[in-house]
Design a protein around this ligand. Structure first.
Ligand SMILES: Nc1ncnc2c1ncn2[C@@H]1O[C@H](COP(=O)(O)OP(=O)(O)OP(=O)(O)O)[C@@H](O)[C@H]1O
Length: 645
């Protein structure tokens, strides 16, 4: 029997066949073979083989585990690790760092997004690096990558996960784990600092805006990161000195950090920019952020998921040297003055619905908390400063208020000059426009004369728009101080961007159109007010003279006395119990405010009431004094009807 060829894992199939032949050659062996014991020896062979395979697998697995265990011990002992979570600004630094160090270069799996203002650090997949392309390619693979940085081995691994956000929406989150194989802690911090510097250089031409516009999940918080090119400060046209004052104030603030510490004052400065829409409040903040190289962290208090704790958590993630911005701060909060508005102790007025879960005290805590991280500018904007609570505007929270107004004539003129200053306008186009406009005034302008010079026909000619030019004067003469917002003027000028001459010549007509549109709007508003006033008057009349105008329906009738004698002072109604005939809407005491359509013709709601039967008092108590008031306020009226006044 040949057993020498038996390998480690038992006899091979040919060896087994040879063994079988050997056994058959031995006298009496057939009996032996047919014995169950010998047959079971075959099973035994397979069992042994299986055990050997199992043992080999276990050994391999044990070696692998020991190796991993040792690797983890070495890694823990001889490396430093850090985690960067999506949504935190440092995640952006590291992604950019990894992209610039070509760590993702072997990736073959990408998430592709169209290029937008959203900040995305993808890799270049174009053979021509000059081609920017219209999409961002972000590698998606998540296996660990090793790379060398300043002579150290660094391992990077990225994880993604879907989590449940507040409000139940699924939320994508991701984290990057970075391991530097050295026991020297400072290497990791140097790497992070280098990543931050690289990020700042990269975003210098942009303002980075972190928007708190997604629900948070668990204890974590997601900022939506966008970037915008810097807004040149000279493109914002405000009264002389306004912007310079603001910028030097902010610079002084950052330069005096140690003074704040010594004085024990939180290193925070608050600005409130207020005024009509489209007057440059947001533009100012973007320009300031660009000049001082600050990031903007912006909150929308009107979002349904924003509440006090969300504000607190979000604020705590904002780094030093940032702008914290709350736009339209009046939108979400009724002021405490509104809450305390006591029309004779009436309940809280809620003329404007509350749109977020933020309370005034939550907002005040958030502003106060901004200082705990130091070195931050707080900006708030509003169109309605009178709606803001005085607690919000006290010094320490709002240190400076800057008022924005509709454009003056001088501002309008500067806006015109700025928009057309460097415009390259085609000579032929100008000529065509001039012919279209057919204005003798425009035809006589020096610009028109320039365009007629030999050699300018059909060429792009830079326009010299200055205050002295006739076009500028024509444009400015058409407007009045504080009539239009810069945004409105800009909108008009942009629609005439190709033609400064036409923009100037058409300005008077545009202004006239705007004035007549405004007049129409004002008339409509006055009519609507008048209808509401008439409806209120009817509601009052129906309330206090139901026998004359029919029962008042929109509110539940006063509860019957439930078999009890009427309260003292109340007389039983002398009227017969027959139902009061109902009258058609507009002629009757139908005082359902909702039923009086605001756009219904005025005549319908002001039709005089039918001749009334003699007045019989419903109660012995005199009519409430606010009946004398020709225009009672709605809350007063409601309180009167509900018997709370
Ligand atoms: N003073 C200004 N100078 C130059 N452009 C202006 C000025 N004011 C407004 N604009 C232009 O009008 C547009 C709207 O401006 P912006 O958003 O800054 O106004 P806003 O006061 O913040 O308005 P809102 O109160 O509605 O938020 C922008 O495109 C901006 O360029």
């Amino acid at each position: 029997m040949n057993t020498t060829a038996t390998n480690l894992l038992g006899p091979t199939v040919p060896q087994r066949r040879a063994l079988w032949d050997d056994i058959k050659g031995i006298p009496g062996s057939m009996q032996l073979v047919s014995l169950p014991g010998l047959r079971s020896s075959w099973v035994y062979g397979y069992v042994v083989d299986g055990i050997k395979y199992l043992a080999a697998g276990a050994v391999v697995d044990a070696v692998r585990r020991v190796f991993l265990w040792l690797y983890q011990r070495v890694k823990l002992r001889y490396s430093t690790s850090a985690e960067f979570v999506l949504g935190d600004p440092s995640y952006e630094w590291i992604v950019l760092f990894l992209t610039e160090n070509n760590v993702w270069q072997h990736s073959r799996d990408f998430k592709v997004t169209s290029k937008s203002s959203k900040l995305v650090y993808g890799v270049s997949v174009s053979a021509d690096p000059e081609i920017l392309g219209s999409a961002d390619y972000v590698p998606t693979y998540e296996s660990p990558q090793l790379f060398r940085w300043r002579g150290y081995w660094v391992e990077v691994q990225r994880y993604r996960a879907q989590v449940q956000g507040t409000g139940g929406q699924p939320q994508q989150t991701a984290a990057i784990f970075l391991t530097v194989f050295t026991r020297n802690l400072s290497v990791l911090s140097e790497l992070v600092e280098e990543a931050h510097r690289g990020y700042q250089n990269k975003i210098k031409p942009f303002v980075t805006i972190f928007l708190a516009d997604s629900p948070s999940y668990g204890g974590s918080f997601l900022w939506n990161v966008k970037r915008k090119p810097h807004r040149p400060i000279e493109s914002i046209i405000l009264p002389e000195g306004t912007l310079d004052d603001l910028i030097s104030d902010a610079k002084r603030f950052f330069a005096s950090e140690s003074w704040y510490h010594r004085a024990g004052i939180p290193h925070r400065r608050g600005y409130l920019l207020y005024g009509p829409p489209g007057t440059g409040k947001s533009s100012t903040i973007h320009a300031v952020a660009g000049i001082l190289n600050l990031e903007i962290h912006s909150f929308s208090l009107a979002s349904a998921f924003v509440d006090d704790s969300f504000l607190q958590r979000a604020t705590s993630t904002i780094p030093k040297r940032s702008i914290v911005l709350v736009e339209d701060i009046d939108c979400a909060l009724p002021s405490r003055e509104d809450d305390d508005d006591s029309d004779g102790g009436s309940p809280v007025r809620h003329d404007r619905p509350r749109r977020s879960g933020v309370t005034l005290s939550g907002l005040l805590n958030m502003i106060d908390g901004i200082g705990s991280e130091e070195g931050k500018l707080f900006f708030a904007t509003t169109n309605y400063i009178d709606r803001l609570d005085s607690a919000l505007m006290r010094p320490g929270r709002i240190d400076r208020r800057i008022r924005y107004t509709l454009a003056t004539v001088a501002q309008a003129q500067r806006l015109y000059e700025r928009l057309f200053k460097d415009a390259e306008v085609d000579g032929e186009t100008q000529r065509g426009v001039r012919d279209d406009v057919a204005s003798p005034l425009v035809a006589a302008t020096p610009l028109a004369a320039d365009l007629d010079k030999p050699g300018t026909s059909g060429l792009s000619a830079p326009l010299d728009i200055s205050p002295d030019r006739a076009e500028t004067r024509v444009f400015a003469a058409a407007v009045r101080d504080y009539e239009f917002s810069p945004a409105e003027l800009q909108g008009y000028l942009l629609s005439n961007r190709e033609s400064p001459i036409a923009a100037a010549a058409d300005m008077s007509a545009w202004v006239a159109r705007q004035r007549s549109e405004r007049q129409e709007k004002a008339d409509l508003k006055a009519q609507r007010k008048e209808r509401m006033r008439a409806a209120r008057a009817k509601m009052e009349a129906a309330r206090f003279h139901p026998h004359q105008y029919g029962p008042y329906t929109p509110f539940p009738p006063p509860p019957p006395h439930m078999g009890l004698p009427p309260p003292p002072g109340v007389l039983p109604s002398p009227l017969p119990s027959s139902p009061t005939p109902s009258l058609p809407l507009g002629q009757s005491g139908d005082t359902d405010v909702a039923a009086v359509a605001p756009d219904a013709p005025l005549a319908a709601s002001t039709t005089p009431a039918p001749a009334s039967p003699p007045l019989v008092p419903h109660a012995t108590t005199p009519p409430p004094s606010h009946l004398d008031n020709p225009e009672p306020s709605i809350p007063k009226l409601v309180n009167g009807i509900n018997g709370t006044s």
